[in-house]
Design a protein around this ligand. Structure first.
Ligand SMILES: *Cc1c(COP(=O)(O)O)cnc(C)c1O
Length: 398
């Protein structure tokens, strides 16, 4: 019999009651150190006083007015995002997938408005994840997400990850741009490489294409810069963001240059809830903290410490961890045993992590973690690896 809740997730049998900083407390009273961060969402941990104050203050004033009227919080957040990035303009939605949808529509419209409507195709790479709407599963191109949902939305050409020649060959008279994650998240913490990102920028310029970055997971300080492309010293034309933007409140956004957004005139796109006053209050509060002097320095410092400690653990447990990869606090442990066994072993010991493609265990802690919490996580990972490595021998000794 089907459950009242549509069973599209296979969930761990655990529910949480409250959170504080990087810790979650379950309904059964257990404490967990959360290195999954709600899948890279809770950049400031749980119940951050500044975010709670911003949300509750707004909740007492106004929740929703629609986009038929000006929304001051949207204007303010857009202005601040424009000030902090390459972008000249911002559209707010409610999720990552919507941010990517807007990006796809904008890339197509850009060419249409220039009198080249035949240029509507986007090149994407294998292992990509861009969301679960019909267009974004087509963009992601993963069979497991496409199967059974009818004809794939037209207009996406996928090339193997890291195959530059194939990517060049995929550029044709109908190409609008390249849609890509600077570091694949769901695909298994696979970095494109900053040199490669620079090459893609050059390729787009050469062929008159738009570079569309999906920074939904890599954004908001996750990699130690506000946005990952800053490491490469390039800028995209269009960028989708979400996850960290709301620090746990659902919100997404599509950022663009004036040139790329030229076709998006009045009436071309919309969202009833997008840029809702509650979401904007929280988004502005998250920015207050992420943009504060010293915040990203902290992320880089703590990320280096975590990375160094993880490398030591990986060296010690070579039969369990093959490699540590990623950037900043977006790290992946490439496992030699099933990644789900590692995720479970960590959770049993009070540490939350997230599985990903390529047999990876993702560590996406809140950006506010300190050295004590890194040491706590490392001790748990060490213990879990030991248990996974020696399980058979231990059983035999009994
Ligand atoms: C999470 C994610 C999405 C989808 O975001 P939703 O809010 O789940 O729609 C898209 N792209 C990337 C890179 C993501 O990590």
């Amino acid at each position: 019999m089907i459950t009242p809740l549509l069973p599209t997730y296979s969930r761990a049998d655990i529910a949480f009651e409250r959170g504080e900083g990087p810790y979650l407390y379950s309904t059964t009273g257990e404490r967990f150190l959360d290195f999954g961060g709600g899948i890279a969402v809770n950049v400031l941990g749980y119940t951050h006083p500044h975010l709670v104050a911003a949300l509750t203050a707004q909740a007492g004033k106004l929740w929703h007015t629609s986009n038929l009227y000006r929304v001051p919080g949207q204007e303010q957040l857009a202005e601040r995002l424009v000030g902090a990035t390459f972008a000249d303009t911002v559209f707010f939605g409610n999720s990552g997938a919507e941010a990517v949808e807007c990006s796809i529509k904008m890339a197509r419209k850009y060419h249409a408005a220039r009198g080249e409507p035949q240029c509507y195709r986007l090149i994407t790479v294998e292992g990509a994840f861009h969301g679960r709407t019909l267009a974004t599963i087509a963009a992601g191109g993963q069979k497991k997400y496409l199967e059974g949902f009818g004809p794939k939305v037209e207009g996406f050409d996928q090339v193997p990850f890291g195959d530059h020649e194939a990517l060049k060959r995929a550029i044709g008279p109908e190409t609008a741009g390249i849609l890509i994650e600077p570091i694949q998240g769901e695909g298994g913490i696979r970095p494109l490489g900053w040199d490669y990102l620079r090459e893609l920028r050059a390729l787009c310029d050469e062929h008159g294409l738009l570079l569309v970055l999906d920074e939904i997971q890599t954004g908001f300080g996750r990699t130690g810069k506000l946005f990952a492309h800053e490491w490469a010293g390039i800028t995209p034309d269009i960028m989708a963001i979400a996850k960290g933007l709301g620090g746990g409140f659902p919100v997404g956004a599509c950022l663009a240059t004036e040139r790329a957004a030229a076709g998006m005139t009045s009436g071309t796109h919309g969202s009833t809830f997008g840029g809702n006053p509650l979401a904007m209050a929280v988004g502005n509060a998250v920015l207050d903290i992420v943009l504060a002097p010293g915040f990203l320095e902290h992320v880089n410092r703590i990320a280096n410490y975590l990375r160094q400690q993880l490398s030591m653990i990986a060296d010690k447990h070579r039969s369990i961890i093959e490699d540590v990869r990623g950037e900043g606090l977006m790290l992946g442990l490439k496992c030699k045993v099933a990644n789900t066994d590692v995720v479970n072993a960590l959770r049993e010991r009070g540490l939350l992590s997230v599985g990903a493609g390529d047999n990876i265990v993702r560590l996406l802690p809140p950006l506010i973690i300190d050295e004590t919490q890194v040491r706590e996580a490392i001790a748990i990972i060490n213990d879990a690896c030991g248990a996974l490595a020696y399980q058979p021998a231990k059983d035999a000794a009994k």
